[in-house]
Design a protein around this ligand. Structure first.
Ligand SMILES: [Zn+2]
Length: 150
């Protein structure tokens, strides 16, 4: 898994201009019930694709014991050969960049908007690996602009 995470971090750096040489988030493969239990008090985002695959990113904010500490939770059905799963992992890794770089947004929606824009770019860059070529249509401007509202 480390090699996949690192290659995605390099891709994010190349795509966004952010320095990718930051702390590497921990990735945990968990069952659905474990994933459901991830949330407050540290809770952050929750990302669900229409195809049912789900992942989450959690960080510990303002805790000097864990500088730059972030954990990504992937459902145990994670399939590294499915680019839609990799794209969701990319989405969560981008949240880690947002956290490490303390990028501020007016609201949580804008944070998600930017993560989805980058996720769409990842899917476009890897569209030859998409099993369902129509999958990218989910990330149309209408969908993304709905996220943008605060
Ligand atoms: Zn998200």
């Amino acid at each position: 898994m480390d090699a996949i995470v690192l290659s995605i971090m390099i891709w994010i750096g190349f795509t966004t201009g952010l320095d990718p040489y930051i702390s590497v988030p921990e990735v945990r493969i968990v069952s659905q019930s474990e994933l459901n239990s991830v949330g407050p008090p540290y809770g952050d985002g929750r990302d669900i694709l229409k195809n049912g695959y789900e992942a989450k990113y959690r960080y510990i904010q303002n805790d000097i014991r864990f500088p730059g500490y972030g954990t990504i939770y992937l459902l145990d059905s994670f399939d590294k050969t499915d680019v839609t799963h990799l794209a969701l992992l990319e989405h969560e890794i981008f949240h880690h960049f947002q956290f490490v770089y303390s990028i501020s947004y007016d609201c949580q929606n804008q944070r998600e908007y930017e993560a989805n824009i980058i996720q769409r770019q990842y899917l476009k860059d890897n569209k030859n690996m998409l099993k369902d070529k129509k999958f990218l249509q989910k990330f149309d401007d209408k969908f993304l602009n709905r996220l943008k509202r605060c």
